[in-house]
Write a protein that binds this ligand. Structure first.
Ligand SMILES: NC(=O)c1ccc[n+]([C@@H]2O[C@H](COP(=O)([O-])OP(=O)(O)OC[C@H]3O[C@@H](n4cnc5c(N)ncnc54)[C@H](O)[C@@H]3O)[C@@H](O)[C@H]2O)c1
Length: 373
């Protein structure tokens, strides 16, 4: 089957960007939200973005791309002619359930269904429809116009044909697909980086370090930003919710520390609220490099990522080369975890992981089976 028309559900942060990317690649797109004002807001964001791309010479005509996007509040109109639906509505099960049950009735029988969910099981969403074999995950990264990575996720019933077609579709919109062959929490990129947070808080507590001492150490090691500065940029609540999710879905060891919970409760959410780990009221915080602690080993953060990446391969979730691509494109890494493993050597990685697991009493740092053998 051929994809010509794409319906994007949700005109928010992700939906409008996904609609824009599809229209830029020549697809006819319908973009649906529940209120006219939300659709208009999405269309305005697309217009602004296309104007910039036109100015930079990245596209020939913003007008032409825009003419391929049909905004609507009518779900039937949005999906009735679609060959592919990409759902980017809020991350709330009841909303997704209602949307998919309706879409299932209104879309053509051979239409392919995908969700941009970050945390829900694709298999669960697929089962809200009568065609789970035609349902998969299509996980874009924010902002979709700039980020090249798209994870294509197989639910338990997704057919090979649909996976292959979606991989080709992702290439056709100028993005790089990685295949996620099992529907695991966090998929690839977000899953591999998740243990970093656990390690960070474990070290900071054990050594009684301040955010500045840690961030200075990361900057001295060549990172553009330390983990606490980065958390303030991303939003303390965003990291907190991600950690809570992994605590429920993967291991209680991901549970965020009490002081982070308090920050969220008090609205100390980072840059957006003026205060997080740092005070942002006078602009960007200044990190004094002379405060860098010698008690943190920046390389350990790569070790725990490598471990998680190896576990994904052992579970049959993805191939090493796809995991390397996911980390490079999704998190801007110069080298992927398997390239680093090659460099460090299995033995050294396993030894260090054992030390970390013992020192901090965390099972998630224990070396994966194939690192030990
Ligand atoms: N924000 C990110 O960085 C990010 C990254 C990857 C994936 N995601 C996922 O993308 C999805 C959307 O996230 P977002 O950040 O764009 O959220 P958002 O809140 O910015 O946008 C969601 C939009 O969906 C609309 N909506 C609500 N009910 C709807 C319905 N029944 N039909 C159509 N539209 C409806 C809302 O009005 C809103 O405009 C979520 O599943 C999220 O997990 C988000």
């Amino acid at each position: 089957m051929e994809i010509k028309t794409v319906a994007v559900l949700g005109a928010g942060l992700m939906g409008h960007g996904i609609a824009e990317v599809c229209a830029m690649a020549g697809y006819n797109v319908t973009m649906r939200d529940i209120k006219q004002e939300f659709v208009d807001r999405g269309m305005n964001m697309i217009k602004e973005s296309l104007a910039k791309l036109e100015q930079k010479g990245k596209i020939k005509s913003a007008e032409e791309v825009l003419s391929r996007i049909k905004p609507t509040v009518d779900l039937e109109e949005a999906v009735k002619d679609a060959d592919l639906v990409i759902e980017a509505v809020p991350e709330v099960v009841e909303i997704k359930k209602q949307v998919w049950e309706e879409v299932d009735k209104l879309a053509k029988p051979d239409c392919i269904f995908t969700s941009n969910t970050s945390t829900m099981r694709i298999t669960m969403l697929a089962d809200f429809t009568s065609r789970p074999e035609k349902f998969a995950g299509l996980h874009f990264f924010n902002p979709p116009v700039l980020m090249r990575l798209v994870e294509v996720i197989r639910g338990e019933k997704t057919s090979d044909e649909v996976m292959d077609l979606l991989v080709e579709f992702v290439k056709s919109i100028g993005k790089t697909p990685v295949r996620v062959e099992k529907d695991v929490p966090g998929f690839i990129a977000n899953r591999v980086v998740a243990p970093r947070g656990v390690l960070l808080h474990a070290v900071v507590e054990a050594e009684n370090l301040t955010p500045e001492e840690v961030d200075a150490a990361f900057r001295k090691a060549g990172y553009p930003m330390g983990p606490f500065e980065l958390a303030d940029y991303v939003g303390i609540d965003v990291n907190y919710n991600a950690a809570r999710y992994f605590a429920r879905a993967v291991s209680p060891e991901y549970e965020p520390p009490e002081r982070v919970r308090k920050m969220v409760e008090e609205g100390r959410l980072g840059r957006k609220t003026g205060r997080g780990w740092y005070d942002w009221s006078g602009g960007k915080p200044k990190i004094d490099l002379s405060k860098a602690t010698g008690k943190i080993n920046v390389e350990d953060f790569l070790m725990v990522e490598i471990n998680e990446a190896v576990k994904l391969v052992e579970m049959g979730v993805a191939k090493p080369e796809d995991i390397d691509i996911a980390l490079k494109l999704g998190y801007g890494r110069q080298k992927g975890p398997f390239e680093l493993l090659e460099e460090f050597g299995k033995e050294r990685v396993a030894r260090r992981l054992e030390e970390l697991a013992k020192k901090y009493g965390k099972k998630i740092f224990e070396p994966a089976e194939s690192l030990r053998t």
